[in-house]
Write a protein that binds this ligand. Sequence first.
Ligand code: NAP
Length: 245
Amino acid sequence: MEKKVAVITGGSRGIGRAIAIKLAQENIDIAVVYAGNEDAAKKTCSKAQEYNIKAIAYQCNVSDFNQSKETISQILKDFGKIDILVNNAGITKDGLIFTMKEADYDAVMDINLKGAFHMIKHCYSHFLKRRSGNIVNISSVVGLTGNAGQANYSASKAGLIGLTKSAAKELAARGVCCNAIAPGFIRTEMTDALNEEQQKAIRAQIPMGDYGQAEDIADLVVFLTSGKANYITGEVIRVDGGMAM
Ligand code: NAP
């Protein structure tokens, strides 16, 4: 069977790295898009290459329209096609609305939401021509519930759900699926840095009693893009230990 090609934004670390490696385990070639952490992106590629697939890292700020366009065309030159696009790149710049700087609001919206729009837009005609494609956007439970101190981040993740459903409606008749995953608290470098008391408070909000793992998100990306989920589109799936039910 012909190998698939996946683009994973924010594939250098955390959830994105887990997604890249799980897809590599499924014999899928991967393009890892990262912002600045070249060593981490190369580490993802070398780990993925252990599964005998092709993996290349691309430095690209997804919030930049032209850089995103050039990156997608370079990936198409290097791999010949794109089957799967995972919009995972994201940042936080938390604070109460009262004190939040305009620049911090804009930076989060530009990377988390507009970045995904850029990548979808630049893959759009390729997907249309091939009459196939699979887009997975990594949103968040706070995009469903809101969160004090995260107005910018929650708005970006809620916007990503609107983008997901709109893209799903535009592309459904062309054989392209677009879904969103809404993770809850996932163990990453960020959560490891919290002290025991903060960790305890977070666990108390989770019906299943503990954080999820990056691999829990990656397993769902694998399923959604496996060919076993071809009748699922425009869906938002929580992976949160029951937190936002
Ligand atoms: P992370 O460890 O902080 O990694 C962020 C990734 O995004 C890195 O690969 C980073 O690249 C990349 N990135 C940041 N800005 C970028 C830009 N302008 N252009 C291209 N790439 C950029 O994050 P994570 O915890 O794995 O989260 C991944 C996604 O899941 C995010 O969208 C996040 O909002 C979402 N999420 C996470 C959690 C959680 O608990 N961790 C919960 C819900 C949702 P560099 O390495 O080059 O900096």
